[in-house]
Design a protein around this ligand. Structure first.
Ligand code: NOJ
Length: 971
């Protein structure tokens, strides 16, 4: 066999120049073509990937047990290409011989080189074992040929650079030859790529397998500083000694102090810098930054824990002090297992449910390589036009505080360093939800009184629950951007509340102070944000180039920066990164959902869906034999997941398939979409054939089939309509002017309702919608929000009465968008019965906060007050009786009002207690609430909790607008 040896030297000067570690940073690639694979290459120690007939791109090994393949342990490989059809008659069918001589007849992966003289990547890999610096990779190909000229070939690239070695040999089909690339002096995390070079015509390559052979590096043997990993600790600064900061047994503050002392100014600034990372070729540009210690955190936009570990290894092994990166991501209501959106979960009035849900999310997030989640969202939802109300726990500060503290506990547990816990992040601090007109990213005007008593309690509760981080918000308050709001970030958060974690800005909000008109340039913005107390810069890249200069110029003090760095390091220690910077790659199973997690998600759906109307049609009785399921969400796999759908884009089952499975065999279910969730903009076709949007053209809806829906309704005993708004109209940057059904859904509903058949409407949305015709004409309405992975099963449980609804609205539903912002805890005003709109007599919401029905009925006795004794506070008690025929859960709610308050008038009603009470038919229970200072008080303008003596009103009621208040005198 002909043997060619070509030596290519790649000097990665930029990389080498920046490192002071013992790891070599330039790789040498030797290229060997058409070599004989050495005998015994299947010996333990060598690692193989083959592409079997059943293998998919990305698989690490064939599923053919006869090949006896070992798992790759030192390399992480991804491949691109297309499988050769498993048809032995096909000319492209690869027949190759595996190393060791065993014939492999069902293997092959074709890569068509395509364009002449260009290359396309076939396999990309990184070293995962820091001890590996030299290796060879054998490419076993069955065919490498071009039909027109000879320059098709294999190429080898390092870190996305140009090919460093190519083979320009045309081979006979099915040649079964090996090409070997020998790499020495490699550095962990370098990205190696095997590419295919195109010939002038239809060149292609079929690759059957890759063999990796680690070459022991004699230069590394016995070297004192060769490895960071030491038994029980990490030699992060690679000095061969256990420094205090590296010693897991040392106290936290001592470790921080020891590390800070060793840091240069540049390294300190780097700890305040957060960038974004995904699986992109140009991620290699981040390597030098990491080696200099310029990256503290990544927003981790992908899921591969192995890739995440690669990047972490650069920080740990190749930066001077080895400070690990903290990986953060938005896990708002789950990542693999999706729960209902927070607005829905809050309707459960069961904070421990949110805690349980977020503990699942914590475990799944950590397994994906995320140790920091950007949740919970503590903003107060008062304006449904604002798309982000979906992420909140609703309009009430008391309920929201309990829900958010519970989420913090769910995420962090008692030890955020545990492998199934993460650091939480309260956001957005503060006032983001009060944006003018509900328009995202806007200004807010909030008085200190409202800030203290409405917007802050939920954040304060999260801080008291031990949250490790906060995110500042995009809005201004009184012209001051939140990222530069010293009053909020320092006076309140640090000085009053004693918060010791760090604050990250929102996405580029440091530099957004420039278009706001508050900062002159990035340097100015850096000074303003850091001095205000915003520690980490998300994505704006303002701090790194400017902060050291600002300190030099005396505009930011060294102490201010050191304190910010201390806070960031503290959290990194608290989540355990200094002791275990890597995630367990083997434990990660992509998108695998555990049955017990799905069961919890299902429970969450049943406890979050609010029954707001029922004329008796629900639960669906046995007499119903024909059901029509109509509407765009009925058989949809995506909309039900909601905004911020984690890593999940597809849900199984749908409502249709879950219902089908749950219904008795003799019941028929006809599913008709009827229309799209949304219409598409009108388009026009240009002369060159391009199709572009055209505002003058009517919108299109390819799914519009109202007649078919009407016919299905006529043929049915009962109709279920699954309607709402697109998930893309909820969440960030998704404000709405109208609170209507989107697209043609209203017309669809009206036509179906006009058949006279009983309609059960299920509303899927991220906000309260104002749907007067639905409220009036539907026989029953379930408000499902965006229910997540188990939408179908959970809703089937409710529809069929397997579970009774028990949720209550966490946000009031207005009659019309003209009323918003609308919330139950408004002021009494000086003229409570005046001030109505001239053209809308009813000032009330359609359904107030706290409202919700179930399949039974409850009666409340008048409230009884029990005076305080020496060892017990006063109590308000009510007797609640189940007066219906089914068992049910009543959410008993206590509201208070302080009649005279000289610090500021207090709202007309404030929720200060609730209990979920389960009662059997005919059963009664006394439900009591203590009237303590904690329940009755408020926050003064300087942040003190104050409880006034005097008269209060107390309601115990099924929702905010029900019940008769009793007078209570607090002494
Ligand atoms: C912007 C959003 O406002 C925030 O909630 C989110 O956490 C960040 N982007 C990061 O994705």
């Amino acid at each position: 066999m002909r043997k060619i040896a070509i030596l290519f030297l790649m000097t990665l000067t930029a990389l080498a120049a920046t490192s002071s570690t013992t790891q070599p940073l330039s790789a040498v690639v030797t290229f060997d073509s058409q070599v004989t694979h050495p005998a015994g290459s299947q010996a333990p120690g060598n690692q193989y990937i083959f592409f079997g007939a059943h293998a998919k791109p990305g698989d690490k090994e064939s599923d053919d047990p006869a090949m006896n393949l070992s798992k790759l342990t030192d390399f992480n490989v991804t491949t691109r290409g297309r499988m050769i059809p498993a048809n032995p008659a096909s000319p492209q069918y690869a027949k190759v011989i595996a190393p060791g001589g065993a014939p492999v007849v069902n293997t092959g992966l074709l890569y068509n080189g395509g364009q002449p003289n260009t290359y396309r990547d076939f396999a990309t890999f990184r070293i995962t074992n820091p001890a590996v610096t030299s290796f060879s990779v054998w490419v076993l190909d069955s065919t490498l040929k071009s039909t027109a000229n000879g320059n098709a070939g294999l190429a080898f690239r390092i870190n996305g650079g140009d090919p460093v070695a190519t083979c320009a040999t045309v081979r006979a089909a099915f040649s079964n030859e090996f090409t070997r690339f020998i790499v020495t002096g490699a550095s962990i995390c370098d990205v190696f790529t095997i590419a295919v070079l195109g010939g002038t015509n239809n060149s292609f390559l079929s690759i059957a397998g890759l063999t990796f052979e680690v070459i022991p590096d004699p230069a590394m043997a016995g070297k004192k500083n060769a490895l960071v990993e030491q038994p029980g600790w990490l030699d992060l600064n690679k000095n061969g000694e256990k420094d205090i900061y590296e010693d897991p047994t040392q106290p936290l503050e001592k470790r921080i102090k020891n590390l800070l002392k060793q840091m240069t100014q540049e390294e300190k600034v780097g700890q305040l810098n957060q960038l974004v990372l995904g699986r992109r070729q140009d991620d290699v540009k981040l390597f030098p930054l990491m080696r200099k210690g310029e990256v503290s955190s990544y927003i981790w936009t992908t899921t591969d824990p192995a890739l995440r570990n690669q990047f972490q290894r650069i920080a740990v092994h190749q930066s001077r002090l080895g400070i690990p990166i903290i990986f953060g991501m938005d896990m708002i209501h789950g990542t693999s297992t999706l729960f209902p959106i927070a607005l829905g979960l809050a309707c459960s009035f069961e904070p421990t449910l949110l805690e349980r849900a977020q503990s699942v999310s914590a475990r799944e997030s950590r397994a994906e390589g995320v140790e920091w989640v950007f949740a919970p969202m503590c903003d107060l939802a008062r304006d449904p036009r604002w798309g982000r109300v979906a992420e909140t726990s609703g309009e009430d500060p008391y309920l929201s505080a309990l829900c958010n503290a519970a989420q913090v506990r769910g995420f962090q547990g008692t030890n955020p360093a545990a492998p199934d816990r993460v650091a939480a992040c309260l956001k957005h601090f503060v006032g983001y939800s009060a944006v003018t007109g509900g328009r995202d990213y806007n200004d807010s005007e909030i008085t200190e009184w409202t800030l203290r008593n409405m917007h802050l309690p939920s954040f304060h509760a999260g801080v008291k629950a031990g949250v490790l981080t906060l995110m500042s918000s995009f809005n201004t308050i009184g012209g001051i951007p939140a990222v530069a709001n010293h009053h909020a970030l320092t006076d309140i958060l640090r000085n009053e509340w004693g918060f010791t974690g760090y604050v990250v800005s929102d996405w580029e909000s440091v530099k957004e102070m420039i278009p706001w008109g508050y900062a002159k340039d990035k340097a100015d913005a850096t000074r303003l944000a850091l001095n205000a107390g915003n520690d980490m810069d998300m994505k704006a890249e303002a701090y790194v180039p400017n902060l050291a200069n600002e300190i030099k110029a005396g505009r930011v003090t060294q102490a201010t920066m050191d304190e910010a760095v201390r806070r960031v390091l503290r959290v990194k220690f608290q989540v355990g990164l200094f002791d275990q910077p890597y995630v367990d790659e083997a434990a990660y199973k992509p998108a695998q959902k555990k049955p017990e997690d799905l069961a919890l998600a299902r429970e969450c759906v049943t406890k979050s869906t609010v029954l707001i109307k029922n004329t008796g049609v629900l639960p669906l009785g046995k007499a119903i034999k024909k059901i029509a399921l109509i509407g765009p969400v009925g058989d949809d796999h995506r909309e039900i997941l909601g905004c911020w759908a984690g890593r999940c884009s597809w849900s199984e089952p749908t409502l249709a398939s879950a219902l089908k499975a749950a219904l008795p065999q003799e019941t028929t279910l006809t599913v008709v979409k009827g229309c799209s969730i949304n219409t598409l903009p009108g388009t026009k076709t240009l002369q060159d054939g391009r199709i572009v949007p055209d505002e003058s053209a009517p919108p299109t809806d390819a799914d519009l089939k109202i007649d078919e829906a009407v016919q299905a309704a006529k043929d049915a005993d009962v109709v279920i309509m699954a309607i709402g708004e697109p998930k893309g109209w909820t969440g960030e940057n998704a404000s709405r002017a109208f609170l209507t059904l989107s697209g043609n859904q209203q017309a669809l509903f009206d036509a179906v309702a006009a058949t006279g058949k009983p309609v059960v409407a299920i509303i899927f949305s991220g906000r309260p919608l104002a749907l007067p015709a639905v409220w009036e004409k539907a026989a029953a309405v379930l408000y499902a929000w965006q229910p997540g992975s188990e939408a179908g099963n959970g809703l089937a449980d409710l529809l069929l009465g397997k579970v009774s609804p028990s949720a209550r609205l966490s946000m009031s539903v207005p009659r019309d968008v003209a009323q918003v912002p609308i919330f139950y805890n408004h002021y009494n005003t000086g003229r409570p019965r005046s001030g109505q709109y001239r053209d809308m007599k009813d000032m009330d919401a359609k359904f107030w906060f706290g409202y919700g029905l179930t399949y039974t009925t409850f009666e409340y006795s008048p409230v009884r007050l029990i005076p305080s004794t020496n060892d017990k506070p006063a109590e308000a008690v009510v007797t609640v009786a189940n007066t219906g025929k089914r068992e049910g859960i009543e959410v008993v709610q206590m509201y208070i009002r302080q009649l005279v308050c000289h610090v500021g008038a207090r709202p007309k009603q404030e929720l200060r207690g609730f209990k979920r009470v389960a009662l059997k038919p005919g059963e009664k229970a006394d439900v009591s609430f203590p009237l303590t200072g904690e329940v009755l008080g408020f926050t003064t303008l300087d942040g003190k909790w104050q409880v006034d003596a005097g008269e209060y009103q107390v309601w115990i009621a099924p929702h905010a607008q029900d019940g008769t208040p009793v007078s209570y005198i607090h002494n």
